[in-house]
Design a protein around this ligand. Sequence first.
Ligand code: SAH
Ligand code: SF4
Ligand code: F3S
Length: 473
Amino acid sequence: MAANNPERLPEPQHPQAFYMKEVAKLMADRRRGAVPMALVHTYGCQQNAADSEKIKGMLAQMGFSFTDDRERADLILFNTCAVRGHAENRVFGNVGALKELKRRHPSLVVSVCGCMMEEKQASERIRRKFPFVSLVFGTHVLHRFPELLWAALAENRRVFERGDEQEDARIVEGLPTRRGGKTRAWLTVMYGCDNFCSYCIVPYVRGRERSRQPEAVLEEFRGLVADGYKDVTLLGQNVNSYGRKLGRPVNFSGLLRMLDAVDGDYRLRFMTSHPKDATHELIDTMAAGRHISRHLHLPVQSGSNRVLKAMNRGYTREKYLALVEYARKKIPDLSLTSDIIVGFPGETYEEFRETVSLIRQVGYTSLFTFVYSPREGTRAAQLPDPVPAAEKSAWLQELCAEQEKIAASRCAGEVGRTHRVLVEGRSPKSGLLTGRTDGNVIVNFPGRDETVGRFADVKITSARDWILDGELV
Ligand code: SAH
Ligand code: SF4
Ligand code: F3S
């Protein structure tokens, strides 16, 4: 029995380490020693951007470098988004456009992954229409990417893989990450969503809500601060339900306090906060924080109680506004942003106008606005939807015009104030330095390159719509 004594077994290795080495060998053979190149296209939200950083981390461990030039790529990978029909159509178009390149470069590996590939119909459509795509995998099997890539390469077959119930519930720690920026970083604290808003596909393609252990988040966060990241955004579809299923005495406010206690010169943000779960404790934690941004992305979706109910959002206009009032009282300079859906099935013009009145009442810094897009398999997709698309677009324009006025007047009010700005780089158009305030508003100002990647105090001198111009103090 001695051979089974766990103490005598070798150190556990990363389960994918074997495949990473094998892929590296295979690619080195194919490229006769030259470095293989990968091109990763990312669609969708920050969650997908964070996943792409893990994919790139795994690719780097497999010996790949990165390129933006498809002619030079040995592997082209599309990390897809399923949230609206428009996003999906772009993916089909862009994958289809590779047919000719693949004909000229037969050894090119084309891969499609991400949220869309957890939808059976979408992955089937890729299988049927694009025979040159050799690797397709969904979000739930992302951690097995090296193994799947190995199977496609070594066995020279098409590989299609999606999550099952078990993988749905899993969190895999320890994947390598290759971050895009040097000042801003994404940090996923939870995966999935249990809310099932009636219009939304995300719970179907991202699976059930699950939180990372606070220790794992803290360790990654400490590493980011030590590496000099200055702006860290905690990610989750609904960060306010962080920790619910961990069976430990920790919630999102607790996690924020734990991270905020880490010393350093940085800013801490988070998204997305679902209004039904945003608490006074969260606002109080923000107000008391040393590093927590005075910015809250609190998507309202609609200002009409009937529509909110049909959306299954779990709050009313009044409850939302009461929360905003509390937040503004505790954090007077709070910057609020939101997502809005226009033209939900059955929404009337009068109901839409309630959304317009709400955005006026709140005075958002900026908005992400969308025309409702039916998603197969969601409850809203079965509702009668009589308003023509052209009319919905006109409503969207009306909403955006209103928001522009609100943003312009907010920006005008900034002139003369001084903001602490995290300098991100130089604007290619104007040549000016560009950065963001604590409230996530863009500021341009003249200055030297040494300032990039640091905080600087900038006095606002003028405002153009929603962009501010300033000068170093
Ligand atoms: N978890 C986040 C949102 C993630 S999706 C939240 O609850 O706020 C980002 C945004 O896309 C949503 O806030 C919503 O405004 C929009 N969206 C989602 N499904 C949509 C659909 N079917 N049509 C149009 N917009 C949609
Ligand atoms: Fe979609 Fe609602 Fe979940 Fe956000 S909270 S991801 S809108 S189901
Ligand atoms: Fe899209 Fe998936 Fe994000 S569907 S919005 S990329 S979670």
